[in-house]
Design a protein around this ligand. Structure first.
Ligand SMILES: [Fe+2]
Length: 263
């Protein structure tokens, strides 16, 4: 069973994210990759890496939520299957670490994950500007996992360390989406700051605070970036969503509230 050390918890509080290596089950990841290829857009061929380079035609499948186009291919329809929820969210190690952060018995068991999100290689297009954002929907703790290796500059999750400590106070409420006028100023500030490219291997996961500045990385590699995403929510999310940000931003993080992280 994988658990977070006090040093890792301090790192998470200070920086707003934490990478844990080789956590997800190998057999379930193999199943996820197999199912992903069965759902590939028509012009993307598993056996021909030349076809992996974007852009691809836009599509939006009725009923499944599967969408794609340009450099993105999102297999959302798979997200509600028990085994994939187990792979990323209810696996005893991952669930246990999420409970370490937010408190045992406090989390809602996710019914689904967001799905498998692919980023296609960008080929030779010019480098695009790098911008961070925070997510709009209410949740507490995000987790991103890789079901295949992700090289540096290969479309890994990009994070702006410590930005959660500013963005948390740039909203009128704890989990709502109404920003103060400081938000855009801080986005402009962090866009000039170095980000961390969370590249890694199959099975790696990244925990991230819900107000952390982040972005999908730009995939300049030759492989398709294959990630799974899920959001952990506390049972009291609805009750606390419209509260103003707390003076102590870790008040609701019962597992780590008392741990001093110099932040
Ligand atoms: Fe996002």
């Amino acid at each position: 069973m994988t658990r977070l050390s006090p040093e890792e918890i301090r790192f998470f509080k200070k920086n707003g994210y934490l990478i844990k290596r080789r956590v997800m089950d190998e057999n379930l990841m193999a199943r996820a990759r197999e199912r992903l290829w069965e759902n590939a857009p028509p012009e993307v061929d598993c056996n021909n890496p030349d076809t992996w380079v974007g852009p691809i035609k836009r599509y939006n499948e009725e009923g499944t939520g599967n969408v794609g186009g340009e450099y993105s291919w999102k297999y959302k329809g798979i997200g509600g299957e028990d085994w994939i929820v187990r792979m990323l969210a209810t696996d005893p190690s991952i669930w246990g670490m999420a409970e370490q952060l937010l408190g045992e018995g406090n989390l809602v068991v996710p019914e689904r994950i967001r799905g498998i999100y692919c980023l296609l290689p960008e080929g030779n297009i010019p480098q695009r500007p790098v911008t961070c954002h925070t997510d709009a929907h209410p949740f507490h703790l995000g987790v991103v996992g890789y079901i295949d290796d992700v090289a540096p500059n290969g479309g890994g999750f990009w994070v702006w360390p410590k930005s959660h400590r500013m963005f948390y106070y740039d909203y009128h409420t704890q989990h709502g989406n109404e920003q103060t006028e400081q938000y855009e100023k801080h986005v402009a500030f962090f866009n000039q700051q170095p980000y961390v490219d969370c590249h890694g291997g199959a099975g790696d996961i990244i925990f991230w605070h819900h107000r952390l500045g982040h972005s999908a990385g730009h995939n300049r590699s030759k492989r398709i970036r294959k990630a799974v995403l899920c959001d952990f929510c506390k049972k009291d999310l609805e009750k606390t969503t419209d509260e103003p940000p707390c003076e102590d931003m870790w008040r609701d993080w019962h597992g780590i509230h008392q741990i001093d992280a110099d932040c």
